[in-house]
Design a protein around this ligand. Sequence first.
Ligand code: HEM
Ligand code: HEM
Length: 227
Amino acid sequence: MTTIDWLWLLHPAMAVVLIYPLLGVVLRLAWQTRQRRLNQVKAPVTSGAEHADLGRWLAMGVVLIQLVAITVVILTKQPLALDGPRAGLLGLVLAGTLIALAALWQVRQAVYRASFALLAWFGLMGLGLQPEVWRLSDNPLDPAFWQSHFWGGIGLSGLMLFSVAARPEILRRASWRRLHITANALATLIFLAQGITGPRDLLEIPLSWQKPAIYACDFEQQVCPTP
Ligand code: HEM
Ligand code: HEM
């Protein structure tokens, strides 16, 4: 393993060590919050607040580990193709996305919450749509699009940022809570899909010193030149 390989491992490691355990806790607290509202079991009074607090950390974590993955890919895939102006522009988009996330955490008014959530999502998408980032397919009519680890991540972060932005409304209004539950039932399925497509990609990406040999293979015919 070279330094570049370790950098590529950062994102999967953070997903496994931080994101999925946190998802388990957020889901458990969501279940308790629901049960409490339906008055079926005596769940702790704090479950709703704790669910929303940890949910916010989960949402931020999901966006941050994607920024790590995308930044590492852009910096290491073809560093020579990254000329000064483009590197500067991408650096600005990254900084803007981080600032939007920090602002989303702080602001109270609905219009600011919606704006910073959208800004962070667009920033993430802007960085992810760079040619260095592997996306399987960009066409929703193509089945490969629905197996793409990248597009799964973008969909998931949209749903997570929406929950963070709409937190006060989810707390106050039943219609928003129903929307929140539907959106996050879908998010839970995408988490599951990311847990499958991520390890698949990890299996497919060779170590950096093996890349010249592996990329000499014909991926359509599934044959490699004999050494
Ligand atoms: C996988 C992710 C998530 C799932 C499956 C989920 C699911 C749920 C469920 C089932 C409820 C109970 C609704 C009810 O009582 O009728 C709930 C409540 C709530 N959720 Fe989430 N949620 C998720 C993530 C988030 C995130 C990221 C936030 C952002 C801060 C959030 C904020 C809230 C709030 C504010 C409530 C209302 C709490 C209360 O009634 O005290 N959730 N969620
Ligand atoms: C919350 C779950 C996850 C989300 C939202 C997510 C999202 C992303 C995104 C947006 C990218 C950049 C696009 C790309 O290079 O394909 C990426 C890259 C990648 N992801 Fe994930 N991912 C998640 C979990 C995982 C898991 C569990 C693994 C493996 C155990 C994994 C393995 C990878 C690999 C190998 C890459 C390629 C680039 C790199 O390692 O930096 N991901 N992921």
